[in-house]
Design a protein around this ligand. Structure first.
Ligand code: NAP
Length: 166
């Protein structure tokens, strides 16, 4: 099972025009510290949203694209979920974090059992959204931090777990 990490606003907004809605230094640090040393899985558009379109340092970067000609230095390219599964085999001891964007969160949510969601108490103008996890009975919030602030922004670190039913 994979884990997922995202920063979402009050309407589950996650991005606009191919970029993040905001950048909160403590949340960026949380993301870096949580994912460093592990495997990150992202969509091609999210990779291209990074500075210089470069992969994240000190992590195994797996990028999903349907374009058979796409390649990028320092990343493992996969074209579907079967290829993703194969690409993860060499890393049985590492955590795998789904890091977005919208299409990848939607497609891989079912394969995740843990979600680290930074909830920003604000409504942004967004064009990319996270699934409405609070409306999914199998997902439960097991942790919510104290209120965090960054200038006039209020946000919370939360952790969700999926109830595995057999
Ligand atoms: N707030 C957060 O935590 C957070 C995190 C990450 C991203 N974001 C934001 O989310 C937005 C991007 O989301 P997005 O949905 O537009 O883009 P995305 O999910 O990052 O990338 C979409 C691309 O991934 C590829 N793809 C998707 N499903 C695939 C599959 N099953 N097999 C193979 N390839 C697949 C396709 O690439 P090709 O077109 O090359 O075929 C598709 O165009 C941006 O605004 C970004 O800043 C926010």
């Amino acid at each position: 099972m994979m884990k997922l990490i995202a920063a979402i606003d009050r309407n589950n907004g996650i991005g606009k025009n191919g970029q993040l809605l905001t950048s909160i230094p403590n949340d960026m640090r949380f993301f870096r510290e949580t994912t460093t040393g592990h495997v990150v899985v992202m969509g091609r558009k999210t990779l291209e949203s990074f500075p210089g379109g470069k992969p994240l340092k000190n992590r195994v970067n797996i990028v999903m694209t349907r374009n058979p000609a796409y390649s990028k230095e320092g990343v493992i390219i996969v074209h579907n979920t079967e290829e993703l599964e194969k690409a993860l085999r060499p890393y049985p001891d590492r955590s795998v974090f789904v890091i977005g964007g919208e299409s990848i969160y939607r497609e891989l949510l079912d394969q995740c059992d843990t979600a680290y969601l930074t909830k920003i108490d604000h409504v942004y103008d967004a064009d990319a959204f996270f699934p409405d996890i609070d409306a999914m009975p199998e997902w439960q919030c097991i942790y919510k931090s104290e209120e965090q602030t960054y200038f006039n922004l209020v946000y919370y670190f939360t952790e969700y777990r999926k109830q595995i039913t057999v």
